[in-house]
Design a protein. Structure first.
Ligand SMILES: [Mg+2]
Length: 263
């Protein structure tokens, strides 16, 4: 099998919460040994890549800054591509605002018009923020969503995700957003561009059939489902989306790659 690069999901694939999953360290070491490039992809815009490096480091997994792509970073890359220095109204947390101002875009609150409205997870979301986003979009700002996840699991159960705020803004403004994060292929295109590879040399690894595997299908790359997270065997049987390969855990995936990777 021709495989030179992997887009790897984090939660449910490499770790679960703060606990590394079985064989995650060995898996990454194996990829390095075999010169398979990779990028960790996360839809979470509330953390910086540095924070993921630190988290992975604590689990014995070394990574560099270019190997981590958050939906926040991908959003900043997108903004930079559409305009070198623009203005944005951002519903989001510190990390998202930082990555957008780091690329030279100005964050605005009180101007009459802005180029873009970016909506990510904001745990201090208010009516006033919804009102401003709606106002700017109705005045012609481009509407961008970091990711479409309506919920995400926490220690306390299911919390509302960025996607729930996106739906609110969408309902008010009557506009659909341009979505950056998985399963939108946009984040994948950015990642593959960073890897400098062609589609047929790339694979996606993840634990969710409806996001990770669907994302891989939309990108037209190989898909590897891990049964260590959200999607269970019974979900897989019911799903119309079929991954190319399914593994109980990362150890089986490494075993498979050892046998099938082109030398
Ligand atoms: Mg996951």
């Amino acid at each position: 099998m021709k495989l030179k690069g992997l887009l790897i999901d984090l939660d449910g694939s490499i770790y679960r919460g703060d606990t590394p999953l079985h064989y995650s360290k060995e898996f990454i070491e194996f990829l390095r040994e075999r010169n398979v490039k990779f990028i960790f992809l996360t839809n979470n815009s509330t953390k910086l890549p540095e924070e993921y490096m630190e988290k992975l480091g604590k689990m014995g997994i070394s990574s560099n800054i270019d190997e981590i792509l958050t939906s926040g970073i991908a959003t900043a890359i997108y903004l930079k591509k559409i305009k070198n220095q623009g203005t944005a109204y951002v519903i989001g947390e510190k990390a998202l605002k930082k990555v957008i101002s780091d690329i030279g875009w100005k964050l605005c609150e009180d101007e009459d018009i802005v180029d873009s409205v970016v909506v990510g997870l904001d745990r201090e979301f208010t009516f006033e923020k919804l009102r401003k986003a709606n106002y700017y979009i109705r005045n012609g700002a481009k509407f961008i969503a970091t990711n479409p996840d309506k919920t995400f699991p926490t220690e306390n159960g299911i919390d509302p995700g960025a996607g729930s705020l996106v739906v609110a803004v969408s309902a008010a403004s009557q506009k659909r957003p341009f979505v950056i994060g998985k399963p939108s292929p946009y984040m994948g295109k950015i990642a593959i561009e960073k890897l400098g590879l062609n589609l047929e040399e790339v694979g996606v690894i993840g634990d969710r059939i409806d996001t990770d595997i669907y994302f891989g299908k939309r990108l037209k790359v190989k898909t590897f489902l891990l049964l260590t997270g959200v999607t269970l065997k019974k979900d897989l049987e019911k799903s119309k989306i079929k991954p190319d390969f399914v593994f109980e855990n990362l150890e089986y995936l490494v075993k498979f790659l050892k046998e099938h990777l082109e030398k």
